[in-house]
Design a protein around this ligand. Structure first.
Ligand code: DX5
Ligand code: ZN
Length: 226
């Protein structure tokens, strides 16, 4: 693959200084920001069924947009049940892409349409246990497929190499589709993702925990263009 985009995931950053952490990533050469929104309201009963974590929601996204200006691309990874309910609030808050989980909705087609009508790009994610063939019927209607390489919910988990056949299959079937990988991706694992055909690389702890995020981001990007 050539020309991967690198999107730091700020889930493992200092969330009390989220704006500064995002700026630090942008200053270090991030192509976009991958914002994980596991749950954002008091309706945690719904969220718990999806991932056992809560981070932040559209009010935080709105503040980030104000602080960071119009340029940074916000890829919202919506790790929520009932993703239908946050489309408009996220669009109004300034999200650029709404990435929802196939497992979380009964009507992906309607959701895709709604996301578009709200002016955002569409990302469709699958958990490790979900077969990639389920995603295929939607592939021509979306901008990006996200193949999770960990069980969603937390940063810092171990990369699941056995997800690479999914990426490879998607790349073969849909040559121009953006394919994102997320979970445990860093200098040690990125080459497998690039080889399989991913072109959008989310990396959380590998970048966040580094003293030199710029060099990690460059390294990840260079592996992709090898
Ligand atoms: C996992 C999240 C990821 C996570 C990635 O549920 O979707 O975006 O923050 O972090 P690392 O790269 O540390 O696995
Ligand atoms: Zn994510």
């Amino acid at each position: 693959a050539s020309g991967c985009k690198i999107g730091p995931s700020i889930l493992n950053s200092d969330l009390a200084n989220l704006g500064a952490e995002c700026l630090r990533m942008l200053d270090s050469g991030a192509d976009y920001l991958h914002l994980d929104a596991p749950c954002s309201s008091g309706r945690s009963v719904f969220c718990k069924h999806f991932v056992p974590n809560i981070t932040f929601g559209h009010p935080v996204v709105e503040s980030l947009r104000k602080q960071l200006g119009q340029d940074p691309f916000f890829d919202m990874h919506m790790m929520v049940a009932r993703p239908e309910q946050w489309v408009k609030p996220m669009a109004v808050a300034g999200a650029n892409q709404y990435t929802f989980h196939l497992e979380a909705t009964e009507n992906p087609g309607a959701l895709i349409k709604d996301i578009r009508e709200n002016g955002m790009k569409v990302g469709l994610a699958i958990k490790p246990g979900t077969t990639v063939e389920y995603l295929a019927p939607w592939a021509n209607q979306i901008d990006m497929a996200l193949v999770m390489t960990v069980e969603p919910g937390f940063g810092g988990q171990k990369f699941m190499e056995d997800m690479m056949p999914k990426v490879h299959w998607l790349r073969t079937q849909f040559p121009s589709l953006d394919i994102e990988v997320d979970g445990g991706v860093g200098p040690d694992t990125v080459h497998k993702c690039a080889e399989a055909g991913a072109n959008m690389i989310v990396s959380g702890s590998a970048i966040m925990r580094s003293e030199d995020p710029r060099s990690v981001i460059n390294l990840l990007r260079n592996v992709c263009s090898e």
